[in-house]
Design a protein around this ligand. Structure first.
Ligand code: CA
Length: 293
């Protein structure tokens, strides 16, 4: 398959499960993870260099901290890493559920870290939850009965949170109380036909539209906050996992992908699987929020 117009390979990473891109504006690098390999990547677009940080267990997401270093959603829970790469697990999550691990995560405007879980071994329905790590490292279960907790983000005014539990094949919106970090009034705003792929990671742009990565769907969809489909961007790989805006003007859309569960023949047909891609869709993103401690 030829490369989609305007989509370039930023890094031919060959990632098994590339995920969780987030722009670190202070350092002008893109953080992303290879979940089951337990690697946090730091990609510098200026040099094209990518540095791997091995964290010793699956890592569902990584975000910058205001104090430097990273906040991590690890298999075993939330961890805070210092600038030298040493980390402490500050909040255990589901240690009693041996096959569960943390998955996608993101910080709200107040710097709280939201990330959820899933049953890695069996994808047991309803076995996961969504959690919130407050700045004092208190952890709160916000939703339970989730199967594959995945992409989340907020509207530009911070009043709405969007959330994906992948097997539900859609996106839910919640009223978001930014003061106390609580969600309410769940409603389904977008449904996706399984034939078009499964919703995975997501980011909201400066116009308040949602960009949704489609696992098995060979691309990204952009939706209006009303739920109306606005655009499809084709990618040269089937396992499109997540996306995030970066670059000095936040106009570069970075897209992660995976080789996971591809047969030998499929891999041969999509040799760029696992790469980090970049495009300029003509709209910019919002400045991502770091963990606030
Ligand atoms: Ca994901």
């Amino acid at each position: 398959m030829s490369r989609a117009k305007g989509v370039e390979v930023a890094l031919r990473a060959g990632a098994h499960l590339g995920e969780g891109p987030v722009w670190d504006a202070d350092r002008r690098v893109l953080l992303w993870v290879d979940i089951l390999a337990g690697i946090v990547h730091r990609f510098d677009p200026a040099s094209g260099r990518d540095v791997s940080i091995h964290v010793g267990q699956p890592v569902g997401a990584a975000v910058p901290r205001v104090s430097g270093g990273l906040a991590l959603a690890l298999r075993d829970g939330f961890a805070l890493m210092d600038v030298n790469g040493a980390y402490d697990l500050v909040a255990n999550v589901e240690l009693d559920l041996a096959s569960n691990r943390m998955n996608d995560g993101k910080c709200d405007a107040a710097g709280r870290y939201w990330a959820g879980t899933m049953d890695e071994a069996h994808s047991r329905p309803g076995a996961g939850s969504l959690y919130r790590l407050d700045l004092d490292t208190t952890v709160t279960r916000v939703l339970d009965g989730v199967t594959i907790s995945n992409g989340l983000d907020w509207s530009p005014d911070g009043a709405t949170m969007y959330y994906i539990d992948t097997p539900t094949q859609g996106i839910d919106a919640y009223d978001f109380d930014a003061e106390i970090g609580e969600i309410a009034n769940s409603r389904r705003i977008i449904d996706i036909d399984p034939a078009d792929g499964a919703p995975d990671g997501m980011t909201v742009d400066a116009e308040g539209y949602l960009w949704v990565a489609l696992w098995g769907g060979w691309g990204l969809r952009r939706y209006a906050p009303t739920g109306a489909l606005d655009r499809f961007v084709a990618m040269p790989v089937s396992r499109v996992t997540s996306c995030a805006f970066g670059g000095a003007d936040l106009g570069d859309l970075y897209v992660t992908s995976a080789q996971r569960a591809l047969s030998k023949d499929e891999l041969a047909a999509q040799p760029l699987a696992g790469s980090l891609f970049r495009l300029r869709p003509g709209v910019s993103g919002l400045l991502p929020h770091p963990f606030g401690a």
